[in-house]
Design a protein around this ligand. Structure first.
Ligand SMILES: Cc1cc2nc3c(=O)[nH]c(=O)nc-3n(C[C@H](O)[C@H](O)[C@H](O)COP(=O)(O)OP(=O)(O)OC[C@H]3O[C@@H](n4cnc5c(N)ncnc54)[C@H](O)[C@@H]3O)c2cc1C
Length: 507
C-alpha cells in the first residue's frame, strides 16, 4: 500500500489529519529525520509544521550559524588537558566520527540524485587553530602530538615559524610584533558549509515524496497524549483565530530554540527539570574583497575566561550563495528570546516549578559566565575590533560590520550534587514509550545532524532499528553505521574517500 492509497484526509488548512509522524520545525534536524524515516518506511505519512514563512530561516540559515563543518580539526574546546597534563582527544574523535556520518549521508543523497551539486553547500576551507603566548604554544604542540597520532587527524600540520604562518594566513602575521610567540595547526581538508542551502535541498526532496506535507506560517501550540498513546497536536496558522488538531503516533520536536517550551507542553516526565538559557551570537563581517582574497581558512583561537565553549573566537572564510566574505566572532549577546524571531517573554515563561531549582543553582554556580556576558553586552565596536586585532593586528574598524546570527538556548538540567548544571551539547529527550522526542541545545549542531538523528531513531524506534532490514537500509545511507571508524582505519579511509569524492571535496 502506498502512502497515497491510505486515503489521506486533510484539515481545512491542508494539514494531514492523521499522519504517522509530525515533524515540528523546518530546520536541518527535521529534514534529516524526515528523509531517513521515508527511506526506512516509504509508506509513512509525515506532516511538517513550520512557524515561519519558509524552512531554514532560524539556526539552520547560513547567516545564523558559522558554517563550520565541525570535525574537531581546529576547535580547541574539544580537547581538554587532564590532571596528569595529558591532552584528552576522546571528544574530538567522537565529533570527527559524527561528522563523517553526516558526510556519508549527504554523499548518498548526491548518488541518489537528490543533491545535484554539492558545491552549492560544501567546500574545503583549511581548518586552523591559532594561539599566542608561550604556555598556549606548549599546549598546542602537545595537542598536535596527541592528535596527529590518530588516523582522523594524521594530516594535521604544525608551525611556530612566523614565515610559515604568514604563508598560510598572511592576515594573522601582518602588523604583528616579531617578539610575540605564536603557533598554528592546519588541516587542509576542513570544510565550510552553507547549512541553509543544504536544508532547503533536503526539504525540496522530502516534500516531493508521497505522503509528506509541509505547512509553513503554522505554529504548534500544544501537545497532548491521548489514552490510546497517540498525540493530539494543536496547530494554528499565523493570523488565524482558530486552531486545528491533528493526530500522530510519533512526534519529533525539532523546533530549535522553540523545543524547550513544546517539551514542557508535552508534559512527559522525561522533560521535567529542564530549563534553558538563551545566548545570542553576533559576528563581524568584512566584504572588502582584497582582504577576503588574502585569507583562506577557518582559524579558531582560545576562548576568553568564563566564555561558554561555543564562544571560541574564529576568523573565517565564508562562502554564502557564491559570495565570499570574512567573518569574525562569535560575540555573545543576551536576549530573553528563545528564537531569533521569538518573544521577549520566552525566558520568563519557560520558568516552571520543576526547573526553577536547577535554574537558580546554575545562576549561583556560573558567575564567571554572567560576568562574561555582561562584558560582551557592554562592548563597543572598538572593543570588538580589539579582539579581532588579536588575530588580525591590522584590522580597521571601518571595514567590519556587526551582524546578528542565531539564538542558542543552552540546556539547564537537574544535577544530583549541584542542584542544576549548564550543558553545552545537544540532548535528545524522549518519552519512555518512544512516541515523542525533542532536541534541546545546539552544539556541535548541524554538522552532527545524522548522528543525532540516529540517536533519536535508536531511542524511539528501538525494535525496528534492531531489525536487520532497517540496519541494512540505514547502511545504504550511512555505510559505517554499526562500525567504528575510530577503530577501523581501513574502513575510515575507504568510506571517507567515497564520501569526499561524491561531495567533490576530495584532495
Ligand atoms: C551563532 C551560531 C553559530 C553556529 N555555528 C555552527 C557551525 O559553525 N557549525 C554547525 O554545525 N552548527 C552551528 N550552529 C548550530 C546549528 O546552527 C544548529 O545546531 C542547527 O541549525 C539546528 O537545527 P534545528 O533544525 O534543530 O533548528 P532550526 O534550524 O532553528 O529549526 C527549528 C525550526 O523550528 C521552528 N519552530 C520553532 N517553534 C515552533 C513551533 N512552535 N511550531 C512550529 N515551528 C516552530 C523555527 O521557526 C525553526 O525554523 C550554530 C548555531 C548558532 C546559533
Amino acid at each position: 500500500m502506498t502512502a497515497e492509497s491510505k486515503s489521506t484526509e486533510f484539515t481545512e488548512n491542508g494539514l494531514i489529519k492523521k499522519p504517522d509522524v509530525v515533524l515540528i520545525g523546518g530546520g536541518i534536524m527535521s529534514a534529516t529525520l524526515g528523509i531517513i524515516l521515508k527511506k526506512l518506511d516509504p509508506e509513512l505519512t509525515i506532516q511538517i509544521v513550520e512557524l515561519l514563512s519558509s524552512v531554514a530561516m532560524e539556526s539552520s540559515h547560513a547567516w545564523n550559524n558559522a558554517g563550520t563543518g565541525h570535525a574537531a580539526l581546529c576547535e580547541l574546546n574539544y580537547t581538554s588537558v587532564s590532571e596528569d597534563g595529558k591532552v584528552d582527544i576522546s571528544k574530538a574523535i567522537g565529533i570527527n566520527e559524527s561528522f563523517e556520518l553526516s558526510k556519508q549521508f549527504w554523499a548518498s543523497l548526491v548518488e541518489d540524485g537528490v543533491i545535484e551539486d554539492p558545491a552549492e553547500f560544501i567546500r574545503t576551507v583549511p581548518h586552523m587553530s591559532f594561539v599566542r603566548g608561550a604556555d598556549n604554544v606548549d599546549f598546542l604542540k602537545a595537542r598536535y602530538e596527541a592528535m596527529s597520532g590518530h588516523h582522523f587527524f594524521d594530516e594535521m600540520e604544525y608551525a611556530e615559524d612566523a614565515e610559515q604562518i604568514a604563508k598560510w594566513t598572511p592576515l594573522l602575521e601582518e602588523g604583528r610584533s616579531s617578539a610575540e610567540k605564536t603557533a598554528v595547526t592546519r588541516v587542509d581538508s576542513g570544510t565550510d558549509i552553507d547549512f541553509g542551502s543544504l536544508t532547503k535541498v533536503l526539504f525540496n526532496h522530502l516534500v516531493s515524496l508521497d505522503g509528506v506535507e509541509l505547512a509553513t506560517s503554522t505554529a504548534v501550540r500544544d501537545l497532548d497524549q491521548k489514552k490510546s498513546g497517540e498525540w493530539e497536536v494543536k496547530v494554528k496558522q499565523v493570523g488565524d483565530f482558530f486552531s486545528e488538531k491533528i493526530h500522530a503516533s510519533f512526534v519529533f520536536i525539532g523546533a530549535g530554540g522553540g523545543s524547550l517550551k513544546l517539551l514542557q507542553k508535552s508534559d512527559i516526565p522525561e522533560g521535567e527539570g529542564f530549563g534553558g538559557f538563551p545566548i545570542s551570537g553576533q559576528f563581524l563581517v568584512c566584504n572588502n574583497q582584497e582582504l577576503v582574497e588574502k585569507h583562506h581558512a577557518k582559524v579558531y583561537g582560545k576562548a576568553a575566561v568564563g566564555a561558554p565553549p561555543m564562544s571560541v573566537p574564529h576568523l573565517d572564510t565564508r562562502v554564502i550563495q557564491g559570495r565570499n566574505s570574512l567573518l569574525f566572532g562569535p560575540y555573545a549577546g543576551f536576549s530573553p528570546k528563545f528564537l531569533k524571531k521569538g518573544s521577549m517573554l520566552d525566558l520568563l515563561s519557560s520558568v516552571t516549578l520543576d526547573n526553577i531549582g536547577p535554574m537558580l543553582a546554575v545562576g549561583r554556580d556560573n558567575m564567571n559566565l554572567t560576568e562574561y556576558l555582561y562584558q560582551e553586552v557592554i562592548n563597543t565596536h572598538t572593543d570588538r575590533m580589539d579582539m579581532l586585532r588579536e588575530f588580525f593586528p591590522d584590522a580597521k574598524d571601518e571595514e567590519w560590520d556587526l551582524v546578528t546570527a542565531g539564538q542558542r538556548v543552552q540546556i539547564i538540567k537537574k544535577d544530583p550534587e549541584k542542584g542544576g548544571k549548564l550543558q553545552f551539547g545537544t540532548e535528545v529527550v524522549a518519552a519512555k514509550d518512544g512516541s515523542l522526542s525533542a532536541l534541546l541545545g545546539a552544539s556541535p549542531g548541524a554538522s552532527t545532524a545524522v548522528a543525532i538523528i540516529i540517536e533519536v531513531l535508536e531511542t524511539c524506534f528501538a525494535d525496528e532499528m534492531a531489525n536487520p532490514e532497517w540496519v541494512e537500509k540505514v547502511q545504504s545511507m550511512v555505510p559505517s553505521y554499526k562500525y567504528s571508524l575510530a577503530e577501523d582505519k581501513e574502513l575510515y579511509e575507504r568510506t571517507r574517500a567515497k564520501a569526499d569524492a561524491a561531495l567533490k571535496i576530495a584532495k
